[in-house]
Design a protein. Sequence first.
Length: 508
Amino acid sequence: MAKKKNRLLPLDRVAIAFILVLTLIIGILVAQSDAVRASVRNFSWQNEKIGANDTSFSLTFSRPMDIKSVESNLKIEPPLAGKFSWAGRRMVYTLLTPAPYGTNYKVKLEKALDKFAAKQGKKQTIQAFTGSFKTRDRIIVYIGTSGEELGRLVLYNLTQEQKTILTPKDLLVMDFKPYPKGDRILFSARASTTKDLLAGKIYSVTTGVPTEIDQEPEAPSRVDLVLDNKIDGKNYQNLKFDLSPDGQTIVIQRGVKDEPGNFGLWFMPTPQANESTKPQLTRIESPPGGDFLITPDSKAVAVVQGQGAAILPLQKDGSKPLDFLPQFGMVQAFSQDGTQAAMVKFNSDFSNPTQSLFLVTNQGVNKELLKISGSILSCQFDTASPNLYCLITQLVPGEQFIEQPYLVALDLKSGQQKPLLVLPAGQRNIQMNLAPDGLGILFDQIVSQESNIANPNNNVLKTSGGETVTSSSLWLMPLLPVDNASVTAEIKPEQLSGLSGYYPRWLP
């Protein structure tokens, strides 16, 4: 009996043909692998709008690269100083100082070499790459002092020269803190129909500022109530508040209106958009304190208690402080990374009272920066230099108690003091705020008068000292490198024309 010949089925022939074609393609790709040029697969800041907290970007390559050729050929326009680090095919560029706000940037890379091709002596370059990003606009917010802006939050975009009134006429704003992305502002305000300065409620308002390029922002001026002054049948006085650096927690110093001595610190999560339930408000069980400031990690609060400063965890049981610094009576500022703090010591010489400013680090260093006969009003760490900028006063010689305020830059490395600006004598109500990119200081100059006579008009603005604000101008002092006296002498403030307000703040 004859054997049947093995015949290939149609499906078998198709499969064999497919395998042969695939083998041929693989062979061609392998043979030409050296001709495939490396490329940038990902740029982390592509079409992003970054702020001062954005300190590094990354480039991820399709192939291992020759490190020196990449670093020598990477171009940023305008230039941004930084340092390189590598992890395999991923390169990270960390900025030495924050990128100046209101600027468009391009990142270009060409002529960089493939690592393996370079080892073989071949000059196989990368595919030319161009990326782009921009920084946030230079935007300030202040409390208006004239016309329709009286007592209202006003946003002014310095980059685009646009002004927006954020809050309604029936609220007189007393204090405010911008959220980290600049899209909202937390503020306290009282009704314009009441004279009770302690009848404030806490609100949030949208700014209309986009957080990303080509993003459709939320409409500005939408106000939401965050914390009332009447809860569970009790009338509370919301005395002061702070917003955590991550924007997730609010700490409020509040007391019961009809129960003297019943006051303390409370905290709550920030309300989320479209949240149906009210956030839980929790009291920190700890002895009452004075001024307070949330720590940079957003997990604790520094508060003046008794004869020192306590660091309390943001939890219900605050009876055991994380740390206690008995020698200091005030925490002025924290550095952004939380490794340093500026603290004030009130010296006990009653015949000649003085205040000392100390630099306190997490390594246990307590370094006295200055000692003055006046007051240390406020300080801010600069993220762009080793400087601490402070607004301080000195007593003017004479029989009358008159203080002379001025701005000073303290070099934390050398310890040198660099006076920047002398302000009019007798003013203690000046507020200053350092730009997030470190390139300017905002400050106000309030014209005020003592208010001992009852005023029938409830729309009266008050300073923290109880004086009536009659008018106020806003000033911007550009900051340049202040390494020597000649450069310092060239720094001159300029009045922001057309802006009448006080308590100016930069958006992050």
